[in-house]
Design a protein around this ligand. Sequence first.
Ligand SMILES: CC(C)(COP(=O)(O)OP(=O)(O)OC[C@H]1O[C@@H](n2cnc3c(N)ncnc32)[C@H](O)[C@@H]1OP(=O)(O)O)[C@@H](O)C(=O)NCCC(=O)NCCS
Length: 147
Amino acid sequence: MTKTDRDILNDIAGNDKSKLSHVPKKIRNSNVIEQVHIVMATDINGVGRLFGGRLMEWIDILSAVVARDYTHLDVTTVKVEELVFEEPAYINDTIIMRGRVVSQGMTSVTVEIITYARKLTGEEFPINTALLKMVAIDSLGHAINIP
Ligand SMILES: CC(C)(COP(=O)(O)OP(=O)(O)OC[C@H]1O[C@@H](n2cnc3c(N)ncnc32)[C@H](O)[C@@H]1OP(=O)(O)O)[C@@H](O)C(=O)NCCC(=O)NCCS
């Protein structure tokens, strides 16, 4: 049977995804989502700096918020693809984290989070960059396609 133009358009629109799974998907416009903290005494490590594990926790949470906003699905972290601590932050610094989706697969999105420290003077500079791969999951925890 010969395919009609409509069949071909339907294929391209994603009605036959199996044939298109090798094609990288374009991402929709991703909202930039911000999370803000003040570094408290409980966030400090033994050398008086913001504890890296605390920042990783904040990054993981923001990454989930960004991925949920984009997919409208529950998500789980499958991989931290990049995590670079560029500068230290100290007690009483304001921490500003900005996250957005930068790429999309069939069931996953990659989220970029850039974290900044802001001093009371207003000086603000990046302290960390991170890339996390988040997978959309169903109620049983299985990966599901992102619509
Ligand atoms: C995430 C999880 C649901 C994926 O299950 P799975 O059976 O591997 O599912 P799939 O093979 O269909 O892969 C799903 C997606 O994850 C990606 N993926 C799976 N393993 C990966 C790995 N090691 N590295 C990078 N990406 C990976 C796949 O590329 C796929 O993305 P795509 O569809 O956009 O191409 C499963 O591994 C899991 O539950 N892991 C634990 C997650 C968790 O508990 N996170 C919190 C950490 S404390």
